[in-house]
Design a protein around this ligand. Sequence first.
Ligand code: BES
Ligand code: MN
Ligand code: ZN
Length: 496
Amino acid sequence: MECNTKIALPETFKADCVAVGVFEGGGLTASARRIDAITRGALRTALASGDLTGARGTSLLLRGLPGVASARVLLVGLGKSDEFGERAFAEAVRTAVKGAGRGTTSLAISAGEWIVKGRDPRWHASMLVVAAREVPFRSDELKTKKDDNPPRMARLHLLLDQRDASVDRGLSEGRAIANGVDLAKRLGNLPANVCTPDFLAQQARKLQKDWGIQVQVLQRGQIEALKMGSFLSVAKGSEQPPRLIVAKYQGTNRGRFANPIALVGKGITFDTGGISLKPAPEMDEMKFDMGGAASVLGTLRAAAELKLKLNIVGVVPACENMPSGRASKPGDIVTSMSGQTIEVLNTDAEGRLILCDALTYVQRFKPAAVIDIATLTGAIVVSLGNVHSGLFSPDDELAAELLQAASRASDRAWRMPLEEDYQDQLKSNFADMANIGVRGNAGSIVAACFLARFTKGMRWAHLDVAGTAFRGGSAKGATGRPVPLLTHFLMARAAA
Ligand code: BES
Ligand code: MN
Ligand code: ZN
């Protein structure tokens, strides 16, 4: 779906459909009022009849209104005007795209007057694109019959009464974010028999071809040479060989790849739990355990499309966590790349085992900041559900930057504690540390504390996205989060 701006009035611009907003309680937006006036009260009649209430998430499609250039007028419920916030805006956009009718290929939307207090026109434009693009997204590349009624919406025109360069900038940002989100969703939704560690590496290689991002893929022998004993211990139970993907986006300092932002993504393409096997119900959802990796690739794509003036290195340790005769056993002790030894008390706490070596590896880039993104713990779902991603950092400034980005992106995060006290749980009688703490006792904080031991001397933050990177149940699917958060963080860094 292509999104652009048009300087035009809702009644004279000709599209397949024109969408105007109506507040709950009957308050008409300026565009709705214009159409109502031209049609001698068609909108107020619809409201009075009870066909439309203006409630959030509702819409009413009217056809053939006299004096209106577009064949369809869609009335979009905006909810109560004093409650019109960020989520209402995004929902109204989605409602408009959904409600525009199956035959509609072009939609003119008068969303320029759907104003969220405290947000600038650039924010609105960016959010418009990200929200609109959610509607037609499908993961149907493995279906032999596509949806009976595929959405045909090809163009979205944002109607404005004057040119505004910041709106056009916002549309470009939204486009880049939506493209990154779509990539992350697609990779997340692909099953583990397709989306293997090597497949992820090939997808990264495509970013090199399409976007000039420099990609290096390390194979098992090279990972061994780096002495990533912790990462390799997770990979060794599987027939699928591990990959360490290193992707560099260079947006500044031509010739010298200086002080990049490092993004480290957990790339477990399937997590059975290993010998500490997971129960059968919902185990299929563990194909989403590479959501962190997918968000790194999606964010790199977005950064390249936006030509951000900063350097980024994405590092993805990718492997499967499988039980087998060659798999790690509970109690095994492994030596990480950092030299620290780890007692693997539970093979299902594998994310931290692959991330710790990747975190040690990124030291060589002298990164300005490191952010790791991982579907790391079930415990974060207990804490924050699927609303907020868990943010952990000992660095108040970096945490504040990320929370600010989360807010601007409407891709919410909540800062969690990371005090030394929790480190006690990782004591081991036989190694430098254990890979788990006490069951039912601050599991996501203890996991973050484990990672902290591999970040000495770096500015570091960790995002636990186990609750936000995908949905289970009937709405099962990857969400593309936290690509919007990360892209906003990078945009702010590049602007500073
Ligand atoms: N990939 C899982 C975490 C997860 C759980 C992600 C649910 C998405 C939804 C992770 O590898 C894991 O198994 N964590 C264990 C850690 C425990 C053994 C300390 C968990 O959360 O149960
Ligand atoms: Mn696990
Ligand atoms: Zn996992």
